[in-house]
Design a protein around this ligand. Sequence first.
Ligand code: DGL
Length: 280
Amino acid sequence: MIGVFDSGHGGLTVLQALTQRLPSEAFTYLGDHGNAPYGPRPEEEIYALTLAAVEDLFAEGCRLVLLACNTASAIALRRLQQDWLPAAAPERRVLGVFVPMVEALTAVSWRDGTPVPKRVAEDGMVAVFATQRTIHSGAYPFEIGLRAPRMRVVSQTCPHLVAAIEADEAEAVLRELVEGYVAEMLEQTEGRVPAAAVLGCTHYPLVAHLFAAALPASVRLLDQPSLVADSLADYLARHQRFAAGPGEAGTRRFLTSGDPTRISAFASRFIGAEVCFERA
Ligand code: DGL
């Protein structure tokens, strides 16, 4: 059983890609709707909430947990992996959503430093759009800089976008917001056009078409859910012990710290498929 964690239902965009790519794996999704959004929260709160969620998913029987939330990955992942997991559950694993993006951007494998198929020129410029906390953590430029020190990372916060998507705002409202963030990003680059853009938040794939329309045509938009799904498939191929056992293959569970009835209706609309949440 693989746990997929997000602050709310944005991570369902990642889960959708995972279930398409790995249909016979077993997934338990946990959305911390009771505490979302994480984007504006202090770091210590995000760490404590993420730790509690991972403990819950471990208690549900998950041996591998993916932090689908960029904010939780930015703030909590390294600390969980280095300071907590080795003593608390050395045989289990927690992964995040940064590695697949960083590999795609830098064309360098995270595992052993070997080159992977080149997607973006190493000395190019990339734009990262994300929540305030993800951007202020500096996690994307830091991780990219370790692999591709000459790559310039232009970081752009999108402070109102998650709330607007959650509130199901009209397309025109979302377009205006996205156009504003893209314009702010381009102001930072003094006329240079980034080679690629990362939508570094679970919710942004839902408005990827608006980013694609607002960005110059040459900018390559990386699709985080599909990159994460490919990366997890590769990880499972190398770590068979985390793959689904015969009795659990293909199962899906949805847990929430919020109100399951309200969240189920909202999430079903959000991803365009019936989703039934239980109370975590
Ligand atoms: N899931 C968060 C992320 O990917 C976005 C929503 C939030 O702010 O909690 O950064």
